[in-house]
Design a binder for this molecule. Structure first.
Ligand code: MG
Length: 218
């Protein structure tokens, strides 16, 4: 098979979410002179409100909305401060994000074999494009499918059908790998792709994962 689609977050790199949530909460607490506990609670409620309003679509992960709701709860100026706090989170996140060991070697080998590579990822397109650029993936990635453009999140079949449509091939012609058993492995499997579950603990070196689990299917 000459087409591989990969999940992005926690597959090609380890997302530093907890660390950056702490940075954001500490920043907000200091900025407003409030306790860390209050800042954390307001953030958690803001996140929960977003997820209740927008289940199963890309915006369910949108931190701009989490933070806007957080500032509404704290009765702060949402227009003045939402983007500032949003940038504190994402600037730190992107700075701390690095490709997993072996990912670059894997992508170089796939390219040299003439295999097309796509990214299939939940979340809004803008931030996923920022991540792909920061991680240096531009030379290796032929297509990107986000849940924002598909209208639904993995494991919805819409995501996987859009991958095949972009690659101009059948679902059964695609090898798919990702870290979530439910979203990636079952989702891609049920859609008819050759799905492979990526387990970080088993394969800290992504190239080894590629050699043992992906390469035999190419
Ligand atoms: Mg993932």
């Amino acid at each position: 098979m000459k087409t591989v689609f990969l999940d992005l977050d926690d597959t090609l790199y380890k997302a530093p979410i907890e660390e950056c949530n702490k940075i954001l909460i500490t920043y907000a607490a200091k900025k407003y002179g409030i306790s860390l506990e209050l800042a954390k609670t307001a953030f958690e409620i803001g996140k929960k409100q977003t997820k209740e309003l927008l289940p199963d679509v890309a915006a369910t992960h949108n931190r701009l909305l989490y933070i806007q709701h957080m500032l509404e709860i704290l009765q702060k100026n949402v227009v003045a401060d939402t983007l500032e706090l949003y940038n504190v989170f994402w600037d730190n996140f992107l700075e701390k994000s690095v490709l997993r060991k072996g990912v670059k070697g894997t992508l170089e080998e796939l390219k040299s074999k003439g295999v097309s590579v796509g990214i299939c990822t939940d979340l809004t397109a803008h931030i996923q494009h920022r991540k792909l650029q920061k991680l240096g993936l531009a030379p290796y990635v032929d297509w990107i499918v986000t849940s924002e453009e598909a209208g639904q999140e993995k494991p919805s079949i819409k995501m996987f059908v859009l991958c095949a449509k972009k690659a101009k091939c059948e679902l059964s012609d695609i090898i798919y790998a990702g870290d979530s058993y439910k979203k990636d492995f079952l989702g891609a499997s049920n859609a008819g792709m050759k799905a492979i579950w990526y387990e970080e603990d088993k394969y800290p070196d992504f190239y080894k994962f590629y050699q043992e689990e992906i390469k035999p299917w190419i």
